[in-house]
Design a protein around this ligand. Structure first.
Ligand SMILES: C[S@@+](CC[C@H](N)C(=O)[O-])C[C@H]1O[C@@H](n2cnc3c(N)ncnc32)[C@H](O)[C@@H]1O
Length: 292
């Protein structure tokens, strides 16, 4: 089993545990890698580590994730020092109560901060110290996740340096997924016939509470529109892989033109009491047997 490199950002829905199963399905006959929903970046990092493609274009609607990777790549010394200062301050506090106060103050600062460098620093710190590594905003567009009671934040600068070097040839963007693909086509003139597009979009909600959560964040993602856009790139010649949790809706949506493959069965914890058994699947528009 190939050792998986971790992302410096904890993220809900991270594909870290599925990477070895997934990466063998990537269409490496193509030379260009496109990822519209980057999240923690763990899929990108392992794709880079294995040297699977020559050119990389990645995106997430959350600008702080993207800025985090850009600063790590382009301004490593300043950015890692800024993170380190915050970590040292936090770790020097003598009680969890003081750490909790520090967390809520940092959360407030983050919500008011307009400078991208500062926001990316605070964002990284909040992801390390918030409850369950969740990124969630309330109806007033404020990040509102409670404190995760982290005793000590670990910062491994050597690991960050490895990541900095890995991502230095990646093109990062922060747009809506449709605008991103459109931008690559029109402005960057990316050759989609030579591209592999890996998509891990927001999941189709399965339970009432998950549906409410999606609505709460006001980020209802239109799965049907996105699938129709993907079909356009598929028709152009791009190889496409879409990660999903197995649901009737997902299968109905992707059954035409895509093959369903099982990745792995997992237990998803929806809330502390409810455990959903679910199967991670992927839809592919290319023949897996042709990958070399
Ligand atoms: C399931 S997560 C991706 C997780 C990622 N594969 C990982 O392993 O960490 C989905 C991502 O899509 C992003 N997202 C949600 N709506 C989007 C949109 N309309 N356009 C682009 N990105 C979006 C979210 O910010 C989130 O990071």
């Amino acid at each position: 089993m190939n050792k998986v490199i971790s992302s410096p950002i904890r993220w809900t829905g991270s594909k870290k545990k599925l990477l070895n199963e997934m990466i063998v399905m990537f269409d490496t006959n193509k030379k260009i890698y496109v990822e519209p929903f980057l999240g923690s970046g763990v899929v990108l990092l392992n794709t880079l580590k294995n040297g699977l493609f020559d050119e990389y274009y990645v995106n997430d609607i959350n600008p702080d994730i993207i800025n985090f990777f850009i600063y790590i790549s382009e301004d490593f010394n300043n950015f890692s020092s800024s993170i380190e200062n915050l970590v040292n301050l936090y770790n020097s506090l003598s009680s969890l109560e003081l750490k909790s106060e520090f967390y809520y103050q940092t959360r407030e600062n983050y919500n008011l901060e307009e400078n991208n460098f500062e926001r990316a620093t605070l964002f990284w710190f909040l992801m390390k110290t918030c409850y369950n590594g969740v990124y969630r905003k309330n109806s007033s567009n404020k990040y509102n996740v409670p404190f995760g009671k982290t005793e000590k934040v670990i910062l491994n600068k050597d690991e960050l340096m490895v990541i900095s070097k890995l991502v230095n040839k990646v093109n990062f963007f922060s747009k809506d997924s449709s605008d991103f693909l459109d931008f690559l086509k029109k402005d960057k003139e990316v050759d989609f016939t030579n591209s592999f597009i890996y998509c891990d979009p927001p999941y189709i909600p399965q339970t009432k509470s998950m549906k409410n959560q999606t609505l709460y964040t006001k980020s209802v993602f239109n799965q049907v529109d996105f699938k129709n856009e993907l079909d356009y790139y598929g028709d152009t010649g791009a190889s496409i892989m879409v990660s999903m949790s197995e649901t009737k809706e997902a299968i109905k949506l992707y059954q035409k033109n895509y093959d369903k493959v099982n990745v792995v069965d997992i237990i998803r914890i929806v809330n502390p009491k409810k455990r959903l058994k679910s199967r991670e699947i992927a839809f592919l528009n290319f023949n897996i047997e042709n990958i070399h």
